[in-house]
Design a protein around this ligand. Structure first.
Ligand SMILES: Cc1ncc(COP(=O)(O)O)c(C=O)c1O
Ligand SMILES: [Zn+2]
Length: 364
């Protein structure tokens, strides 16, 4: 197993502290897991360790940093839609899948302190897992991040830097610190180990349902769940567990939709944009760093990119809440997009929507 550069193909040990290649390219992970086999799941484990055969980190480190992430239920919303309740997690969002694996990796290579930037949820998650691992953390969040997320990050003992300006600018400020001080960048977009955690979303769906639903919706900002889902599905396909890819729908907010714009224009590269104000803060990414990699998947598997209308987000959130499901605005955007699609094209059966973030995290 090794890292290689997405731009120049240079190889690097996965133990590196370098956030990216000297040429500026992000690392990709060269790792081929063994064939997936339901019999090999560690069914006495109640978390990601269940899938340790296919997660390339030290199992002991993963066991030590684990906070009981994963194993989220899939429930019926109605006849057509199932919800995977990924906000039933230690820090109330799906990011815990990725953070558990990333921080286990950091711990196993001896990292003592790290930095991260985030719209909130990934920062919550990295702060909590770092605290469990005994690693110091400093988290950069953009101004306007919900105060509840900031309080939560602080409560884990992390230093919080609230950066004026956009989410993308906040990332730039954090990355300057990484470049200047050489501090470990425990970032959900840069570090490929994060996706080795988020891919378990798909493993779990398969283990729970013994099949993969026909229509998989995934929010798309930086694509940490999206890439995890695609890696997980490809692994199931290569293992002969599924015969074909399901239909994947990537969801962006209409006020920040660089992937939707690229696809509409038939472009192979993402043009960076400045997001307009949106309630869907978690997917308001105008400069997705793995844009080209994500676009490749979009074209390869004919993935549809659907935009969620801004004025549909609060009504969709209320609709879910009226059925007992209380999610944050970004998560309601996924349901908004589903409702828009069904409104335009008619009934869609066998749909899986991820409920990524808990309602208590948003301000109202
Ligand atoms: C609740 C929620 N949903 C979806 C996303 C989108 O994740 P990504 O930007 O990795 O695509 C985020 C990211 O912060 C989030 O917090
Ligand atoms: Zn390179």
């Amino acid at each position: 197993m090794k890292f290689y550069c997405s731009k120049c193909n240079r190889e690097e040990s996965v133990d590196t502290r370098k956030a990216k290649c000297e040429c500026g390219g992000l690392w990709k992970l060269d790792y081929q897991p063994p064939k997936i086999d339901l019999e090999k799941i560690k069914s006495d484990k109640w978390g990601l360790l269940r899938y340790r055969e296919w997660i390339p980190v030290d199992s002991k480190a993963l066991g030590k940093v684990s906070l009981g992430e994963g194993m989220t239920p899939a429930i019926h919303l109605d006849e057509d839609v199932m919800l995977k309740m990924d906000y039933f997690m230690p820090t109330l969002s799906f990011k815990d899948r990725g953070a558990a694996v990333l921080i286990a990796h950091a711990k196993s290579i001896g990292v003592k302190s790290l930095v991260q930037d985030s719209s909130g949820n990934a920062g919550n998650s990295v702060a909590a897992y770092s605290a469990k691992a005994g690693i110091e953390s400093e988290i950069f969040v953009p101004e306007g991040t919900s105060p509840k997320k900031i309080d939560m990050i602080r409560s884990h003992g992390a230093r919080v830097n609230v950066v004026p300006g956009s989410r993308d600018h906040c990332a730039d400020v954090c990355r300057s610190k990484v470049e200047e001080e050489g501090v470990y960048y425990a970032n959900h977009v840069f570090n490929p180990f994060f996706y080795q955690g988020t891919k378990t979303y798909i493993y779990e769906v398969y283990e729970q349902l013994k099949r993969i639903p026909e229509n998989i919706f995934v929010p798309l900002g930086n694509g940490t769940l999206f890439l995890g889902v695609m890696i997980g599905l490809e692994e199931l396909l290569q293992s002969g567990i599924i015969e074909r890819m399901p239909k994947v729908f990537a969801i962006q907010g209409e006020n920040c939709a660089p992937f939707a714009e690229a696809v509409q224009a038939g472009k192979k590269e993402i043009e960076h944009i400045t997001p307009k104000k949106t309630l869907a803060e978690g997917i308001a990414i105008g400069a997705p760093m793995r844009g080209d990699e994500i676009l490749e998947y979009i074209y390869k598997y004919d993935i549809r990119v659907i935009t969620a209308p801004e004025d549909g987000i609060l009504p969709a959130r209320e609709k879910l809440a009226k059925k007992g499901v209380y999610v944050e605005h970004t998560t309601a955007a996924t349901y908004t997009a589903y409702l828009k699609l069904v409104g335009q094209e008619g009934r869609l059966k066998d749909v899986l929507l991820p409920m990524c973030g808990a309602g208590l995290k948003s301000d109202h």
